[in-house]
Design a protein around this ligand. Structure first.
Ligand code: SF4
Ligand code: SF4
Length: 461
């Protein structure tokens, strides 16, 4: 259990309307990952159940979700909620994922209380953005990955139907959701039996056709169009394979339809090195167009994400941001500017993280006296997950050989000081399911970068 002091919880609760529980997610939400890992949200890395080993009902009523609920009922967060824990401790209350679940009412647990469902069930995508990887985009080289089957077949969709009449929200992630066929079946079902259910789609904005236009008219869609900059050249370097001149009219179309329905187009933007200077102009653009902007503090990938700049570069950016001025004219533009100001607080945290990295030899526990013990614990946890998620003994044997062989090759390519107490202590805070999922799905280069991110920054970004 994470230890969060009472005064921090009190300060946080003073910013919320719903404060009965520190987080509502385990009482009302479920997220399915491409490999079948199931958790209350995309930030809870530690306690995961697994589909199709257990079906939706067994997972929702099962011991893993119960453990989340019990810990939260006791006024604390489970260890697997380090993402929210670190934001609570640094008082970044406005960015905390817990807020996404504040509007849901916690009722008696049962099928009817599954109110928000997040699906990331396929990586089918037409783009190859540098902050992405094989987990999320099929455009990435899958040659050095384990050949996994698609587990989200007709049986999954049929089982899901039982929950659809009670859902308030379905969140569809990708890949590019408008290229994922399974989503179309689910949307059709929602529109026919529960048309008021909000369908949130996170799209890259490159796909718009008559079928999508028709769905937008019929369903209660919320569109989150990922867009980082209004500079065409930078945009096309970030959204590799996308065409700026196609996306802008698509964006305007989505915004127009949503506006007719009294809704606002959402613009999630990743904070990267390449667009860091252009974020203020993106705020102005969204204000003028009446789009709602969220600046995502994405941690992938170490070569392109903004947090991996040096402390001096981050300080320079912070000074640049502080000098920016904006004009606001309504609730939306005020909120965009306020999100930008909150983002400056995040840059502050990154500066202190970068200083740690620059001084890591003095700060991290680079001793090796506990390595064997820590590594054995990690490997045994990973083996347990592999066994649990394998379809047969033979499948388990192949995956085991693949994962640990790859692990050795990756570690051999990293500096010697990685084989330290520090790395394994960090890894033991991450769900072994997630580590195994990445090892199977991502190629060696991606895994190497992921371990570097974890080593220098932890996994709580
Ligand atoms: S990571 Fe945050 S939002 Fe997710 S279940 Fe834990 S506390 Fe709730
Ligand atoms: S559009 Fe999204 S899923 Fe596709 S490559 Fe880019 S970040 Fe990844």
């Amino acid at each position: 259990m994470a230890k969060i002091d009472k005064s921090t919880i009190k300060d946080f609760n003073s910013t919320r309307i719903s404060k009965k529980f520190l987080c509502n997610a385990p009482f009302c939400a479920m997220r399915f990952s491409i490999s079948g890992l199931v958790s209350p949200c995309c930030h809870s890395f530690g306690l995961n159940d697994c589909y199709p080993n257990r079906n939706i009902r067994q997972i929702w009523d099962g011991s893993i979700f119960k453990e989340y609920r019990i810990t939260i009922r006791n006024g604390q967060l489970p260890n697997s909620c380090t993402y929210c824990e670190s934001r609570l401790k640094s008082k970044e209350f406005s960015l905390i994922p817990i807020r996404q679940f504040d509007d849901f009412k916690v009722r008696r647990i049962g099928r009817n209380n599954l109110q928000t469902l997040q699906l990331a069930i396929s990586n089918r995508c037409n783009l190859k953005c540098p902050m992405c990887n094989e987990m999320f985009s099929s455009q990435y080289d899958q040659s050095d990955t384990f050949d996994s089957n698609n587990i989200y077949d007709e049986a999954f969709i049929n089982e899901l139907y039982e929950y659809i009449p009670h859902l308030n929200e379905l969140i569809c992630l990708g890949g590019e959701p408008f290229l994922i066929n399974e989503y179309y079946d689910i949307w059709d079902k929602i529109i026919s039996v529960n048309p008021s259910c909000r369908i949130s789609v996170v799209t890259n904005g490159t796909v718009l056709n008559d079928r999508i236009k028709r769905l937008l008219e019929l369903g209660n869609f919320s569109i989150n169009l990922s867009f980082e900059t209004i500079v065409k050249e930078t945009y096309e370097k970030i959204r590799v394979n996308a065409n700026y001149d196609t996306v802008i009219p698509n964006m305007e179309y989505f915004a127009k339809v949503l506006r007719q329905q009294g809704k606002t187009l959402q613009i999630p933007a990743c904070a990267l090195k390449s667009n860091s200077k252009e974020i203020p102009d993106l705020v102005r653009f969204c204000n003028e167009k009446e789009y709602h902007l969220t600046i995502l503090t994405t941690y992938r990938d170490i070569d392109v994400a903004m947090w991996s700049l040096s402390s001096d570069q981050l300080k320079e950016l912070k000074d640049y941001y502080i000098q920016q001025t904006f004009t606001t004219h309504d609730w939306n533009s005020n909120d965009n500017v306020s999100n930008f100001k909150n983002f400056i607080s995040t840059v502050d945290r990154w500066i202190s993280d970068a200083e740690k990295k620059e001084n890591f030899q003095n700060i991290f526990d680079l001793k090796t006296d506990k390595v064997t013990d820590l590594k054995n614990r990690l490997f045994s946890n990973m083996e347990k997950c592999l066994k649990e998620t394998s379809l047969s003994e033979d499948d388990f044997g192949k995956k085991r050989e693949y994962v640990f062989g790859k692990w050795k090759r990756i570690m051999d390519s990293l500096p010697e000081y990685f084989e330290s107490n520090h790395l394994y202590k960090i890894l033991l805070q991450v769900s072994p399911y997630i580590i195994v999922e990445y090892m199977l799905r991502c190629n060696s280069q991606t895994m190497k970068k992921t371990l570097e991110e974890g080593f220098y920054y932890g996994f709580a970004h």
